[in-house]
Design a protein around this ligand. Structure first.
Ligand SMILES: Nc1ncnc2c1ncn2[C@@H]1O[C@H](COP(=O)(O)OP(=O)(O)OP(=O)(O)O)[C@@H](O)[C@H]1O
Ligand SMILES: [Mg+2]
Length: 306
């Protein structure tokens, strides 16, 4: 009979039999074409999925190899670097004979280079450890306010040399937190040294804290060059040093400090927040949980301070 339709069962193999060229017949033809296109697409999609999956496995493998290489290379470099540092110190102490001013000057330059290399190797090692989830924290109650004071003390000569003004607002009764003192020192040290590096002479730096029921926060603000909006997503990518042309002070930074700081803060159950505007300045805030915290009670709110 003209116009009789039979629809076979099945998902994408579904076809509509037609014997006429009437309107319904044309509709059925269109449906058949769409159905076959859809089937082709599904096959393509399935192939693409397989390719994506094997590329992902390959990338994971390469990533693991990279982490492995970073760990091995850093380990191998650490020993000779420590030996060099030790020899230099012995030379500088005059154990191998009196040194002229020029010799001392040159040896100090060598010491500076070794220091930078050591920092680089340590940062590489930290990144590899963070990637493998093997960064070990030595936790104990920490007076964060004291850590801040120590970092400020270390950076004061550079702040003065750079003609920057520094305002520090840390309450004496700042709560103690459970954490790794050395690592927290490293985090705040990087934030303050960044503020110094990226703030023009005569600019201002502020360190302030915020205490709420569940968190304590430490902020480092500056009136420096700021970070353009489009660069914000690259901020925590290793080796990304944004706007080198904007660099104000001689800096041999590698662009690893922030990613390491972020990893350390996250290992403490916290987070780093960034607010920045080009040519206006930046604020980097480390927020740490207290009172049991966001991570299985790693953090305790132990009142204290000096
Ligand atoms: N306070 C800031 N103001 C403007 N730009 C900043 C600030 N802090 C960080 N940045 C930008 O983010 C980049 C990454 O910072 P990060 O601390 O990781 O690296 P770095 O300071 O260049 O080197 P490193 O910390 O390894 O010595 C910096 O190179 C800079 O471009
Ligand atoms: Mg830095």
């Amino acid at each position: 009979m003209e116009g009789t339709k039979r629809i076979s069962e099945g998902n994408l193999d579904q076809r509509v039999e037609t014997t006429s060229v009437d309107e319904l017949g044309q509709l059925a033809e269109t449906f058949n074409t769409m159905s076959s296109n859809l089937k082709n697409r599904q096959e393509e999609l399935s192939k693409a999925h397989q390719q994506l999956s094997s590329s992902y496995q390959e990338l994971r493998h390469l990533d693991e190899m990279k982490s492995e290489f970073m760990t091995t290379a850093s380990h191998e470099l650490q020993t000779p670097l420590s030996a060099l540092q030790a020899y230099l110190e012995t030379f500088l102490k005059g154990r191998y004979g009196r040194l002229s001013k020029e010799q001392i000057r040159r040896l100090k330059m060598m010491e500076g280079s070794i220091g930078r290399l050591t920092k680089f190797v340590d940062q590489l090692m930290d990144i590899a450890r963070l990637e493998k989830g093997k960064l070990k924290l030595e936790k104990k109650p920490v007076m964060l306010n004291q850590v801040l004071k120590d970092v400020v003390q270390e950076c004061l000569p550079l702040i003065k040399e750079s003609n920057l003004s520094l305002t520090v607002e840390i309450p004496e009764d700042f709560p103690m937190i459970i954490g790794d003192e050395g690592r927290l020192h490293q985090v705040v040290g990087n934030l303050l040294s960044n503020a110094i590096k990226f703030t023009p002479d005569g600019g201002k730096i502020f360190i302030h804290t915020r205490i709420s029921d569940k968190t304590v926060a430490v902020s480092v603000s500056d009136t420096g060059v700021g970070i353009p909006k489009e660069d914000m997503p690259k901020l925590f990518i290793p080796f990304h040093k944004l706007g080198r042309s904007q660099l104000l002070r001689s800096s041999k930074g590698l662009g690893l400090g922030l990613i390491v700081a972020k990893g350390i803060v996250e290992q403490h159950g916290g987070r780093i927040e960034v607010v920045s505007e080009k040519n206006k300045g930046s604020t980097f805030t480390c927020v740490f949980p207290v009172e049991g915290g966001e991570r299985d009670g790693q953090w305790a709110n132990i009142s204290g301070g000096r």
